[in-house]
Ligand binder design. Structure first.
Ligand SMILES: Nc1nc2c(ncn2[C@@H]2O[C@H](COP(=O)(O)OP(=O)(O)OP(=O)(O)O)[C@@H](O)[C@H]2O)c(=O)[nH]1
Ligand SMILES: [Mg+2]
Length: 224
């Protein structure tokens, strides 16, 4: 519980045994529910997560979006906080994010990785791709969003009822923000966080996922 709000943390993991251990050890005591969604990892992700007290939900079909949808369905807390299992997002800074969420009086808070302070945390290619995708997002949805691809969000679980989340893949990250900014009932905010180098191997295929996410933005804007 944090200031009267129960808190769930949801972490999608595909082979993140190293990162998830550090993430789980960094989470503050006030978190009520920790859910790790494991997509048939072939390493010890599930064992590590369970031994550190997380509830492990297994999803056999791969996909970042798919695993989030499974995780959301298993959560019961008032506020949901998400982050990667690779220890690149600040797992120890949840109170800072919740304070900002409450102070800004929003329903969905996006944690922006920009400006990136640690130069090793993100390659030039990824920075450029993120910039292109965020400019495209902002132009298509008439709302300036600095980091349309961030994987760290804080939101009221209740707003999920008003969202139509269809992507099973990496485009899920931008889709949930589109659903938030498009809905007049949902107040959207963004705040900068510290982003650092990931542990373990990346699951992102920058060119493939970049183009998929760009075409997803256009599809969502003009056809849905
Ligand atoms: N459950 C599940 N998790 C996934 C899948 N693909 C990626 N992930 C997780 O989603 C998070 C984001 O993937 P990353 O590889 O970190 O992608 P990224 O953050 O864009 O790229 P990096 O800069 O390399 O960290 C990580 O925690 C992954 O383990 C998947 O198919 N299923
Ligand atoms: Mg990552």
């Amino acid at each position: 519980m944090y200031k009267g709000q129960s808190i769930a943390v949801i972490i999608p993991c595909l082979n993140e045994e190293q990162g998830v251990e550090k993430v789980l050890r960094s989470l503050p005591e006030f978190v009520d529910e920790i859910i790790v969604v494991d997509n048939a990892s072939t390493d010890r992700t599930s064992d590590v997560a369970a031994s550190l007290g997380a509830k492990v939900i297994r999803e056999d079909v791969r996909g970042y979006g798919r695993s989030y949808k499974r995780g959301f369905a298993g959560a019961t807390a008032d506020l949901i906080i998400t982050l990667d299992g690779d220890h690149s997002y600040p797992a120890d800074a949840l109170s800072y994010l919740i304070e900002a969420f409450l102070h800004l009086d929003v329903d969905f808070l996006n944690a922006s990785r920009f400006p990136v302070r640690d130069r090793r945390a993100m390659s030039f290619k990824n920075k450029f791709g993120n910039l292109v995708l965020s400019i495209a997002f902002s132009a298509l949805f008439f709302r300036w969003v600095r980091d349309s691809q961030s994987g760290m969000w804080v939101f009221r679980r209740a707003i999920l009822e008003d969202m139509k989340l269809e992507s099973d893949g990496m485009a899920f990250s931008e889709e949930i923000k589109i659903e938030a900014v498009r809905n007049r009932k949902i107040r959207f905010g963004e705040i900068s966080i510290q982003y650092s180098s990931r542990l373990g191997e990346t699951k992102l295929n920058a060119w493939r996922d970049g183009f998929r996410n760009l075409s997803f933005l256009a599809k969502k804007r003009f056809f849905r």
